[in-house]
Design a protein around this ligand. Structure first.
Ligand SMILES: [Zn+2]
Length: 97
């Protein structure tokens, strides 16, 4: 994943209110590409959104914007996150075969 400039990171976080746009938690924030780079998305400001690390994992390679999102979901628990990471790992192992 390309490194996003700290200044740009700040601007995106400020625009999104320093919280995850999907579940509104305020820690473990990451910058997500609305259209993943693997699907032709660009490294431009309007392709960035703030998601927490578990929601970013959940979103994966989907093309999904949460900007203006009104449907707030409960934050992903540590257990759910662990299961997702295991499932992602499993999927990747399957693909290699
Ligand atoms: Zn979240």
């Amino acid at each position: 994943m390309p490194i996003i400039d700290n200044e740009i990171r700040e601007v995106i976080y400020a625009r999104d209110g320093y919280r995850c746009l999907r579940c509104h938690r305020e820690d473990r924030l990451t910058i997500d590409h609305i259209i993943p780079l693997s699907k032709g998305g660009s490294n431009s400001m309007d392709n960035y959104q703030t998601l927490c690390s578990p929601c970013n994992l959940w979103k994966g390679n989907m093309v999904k914007s949460f900007i203006g999102n009104k449907h707030i979901v409960p934050p992903i628990s540590a257990v759910e996150e662990k299961i997702m990471r295991l499932q992602t790992g499993t999927t990747m192992r399957f693909k290699k075969r």
